[in-house]
Design a protein around this ligand. Structure first.
Ligand SMILES: Nc1nc2c(ncn2[C@@H]2O[C@H](COP(=O)(O)OP(=O)(O)OP(=O)(O)O)[C@@H](O)[C@H]2O)c(=O)[nH]1
Length: 342
């Protein structure tokens, strides 16, 4: 009788765990990006399973490679860097820690190879390590901790945790794959900045804001001076590096509310939300001057890439093409003047 009762109680417990796992799976399946997914994991797992803590130990090498290729790479890095429950380890240490890369349960926390932060060692008596794979690579270990020494120990079954590991790994892989696709559709692969398609979306938003609220909106059209000779003299690879350099510098010179886009070839556009033509001219002068004071090293060569800028402010009745065309005409005038003086 006693055996039957404990069998039933075990079954109920298993059912309960399976139900909670299903709920978590459903929640993470609906996450739109990886930051949301990780946040959901931290909160839901802790709440539903009444855990002391949930931590993520990132495999430094794999996670950086996976996240670098993802659209929200910088967001992700920021997210992980700021999250108090995330810490990282180098690949080799990481594999040693995971003892042959498998699920491990222990209540001898102090015997775990020295990777765990003091706050885990100090506050908890048992833990479970759950390896997560993303794109077939060992990405991280999800760590459940508890104050009770008998919550996790090596004689406990790992069936549910194995299921959880597979499901979470799949969800992370999917969400990162989706972020990558979104990134490729909206960014320029050479420079990593936003592409012309993104510019069109941004301009549509700003033009409709201008129409509704009459807030100023300006653009700066930028072209690299004599870019073709750079390609012709030093090669296409050098030309590519110069474009990356220009994109990087432009991005770091603008305000948080401004955005830089690669328009085509050696042409870039900066959108200046809430800024008048006068302010745009100020920005253009500042950018142009910045490049006149700098050199760019490629192999043994010291190059002096320069830019020219044309500016325009949105007017009533403007469409995207008209605004850009005015900025392009202004740029053309600047270039013409430049050519006349050289
Ligand atoms: N390396 C490299 N070159 C590119 C890329 N896209 C376009 N180009 C080259 O950029 C050059 C742009 O030429 P132009 O803007 O006409 O020439 P420019 O020498 O800058 O002339 P000005 O604007 O009058 O000073 C062309 O030779 C293109 O082949 C790219 O992604 N990488």
């Amino acid at each position: 009788m006693k055996d039957a009762a404990s069998l039933i109680s075990n079954m109920r417990q298993n059912e309960e765990i399976a139900r909670k796992l299903f709920e978590i799976e459903t929640e993470i399946l609906t996450c739109k990006n990886s930051n949301q997914l990780f946040n959901t994991l931290f909160t839901s797992l802790q709440e539903k399973f009444n855990l002391g803590g949930v931590f993520l130990l990132l495999n430094d090498t794999a996670s950086v490679e996976v996240l670098n290729a993802s659209s929200t790479a910088s967001l992700n890095k920021q997210f992980f860097a700021q999250h108090e429950n995330v810490f990282t380890a180098k690949q080799r240490q990481f594999e040693r820690y995971l003892d042959g890369i498998k699920i491990t349960l222990t209540n001898r926390i102090h015997e775990v190879p020295g990777l765990l932060p003091a706050k885990i060692l100090k506050n908890y008596k048992s833990l479970a390590n759950i390896p997560l794979y993303v794109e077939g690579r060992l990405f991280a270990s999800l760590i459940f901790t508890d104050q009770a020494p008998d919550r996790f120990h090596k004689n406990l079954g790992t069936y549910h945790l194995e299921q959880l590991a597979v499901k979470i790994s799949l969800c992370i892989t999917n969400v990162i794959a989706r972020e990558k696709l979104e990134f490729l559709a909206s960014h320029d692969p050479l420079t990593g900045i936003k592409n012309r398609r993104s510019l069109e979306d941004k301009m549509a938003t700003e033009l409709s804001r201008f129409k509704r609220y009459d807030t100023p909106f300006s653009v700066v059209f930028i072209d690299v001076n004599k870019f073709k000779p750079i390609n012709d003299t030093y090669g296409h690879d050098c030309g590519d590096r110069v474009l990356q350099y220009i994109a990087f510098e432009l991005s770091s010179l603008i305000r948080a509310s401004d955005e830089v886009y690669r328009f085509a070839g050696d042409e870039f556009v900066i959108t200046l939300a809430n800024q008048t033509h006068e302010e745009a001219i100020g920005v253009a002068n500042r950018l142009t001057e910045h490049f006149t004071e700098r050199t760019f090293k490629y192999a043994n060569h010291e190059l002096q890439p320069r830019i020219s800028c044309g500016t325009a402010e949105c007017m009533q009745g403007d469409h995207m093409d008209e605004l850009l065309k005015r900025a392009d005409h202004a740029l053309y005038a600047v270039k013409k003047q430049l050519a006349a003086h050289t």
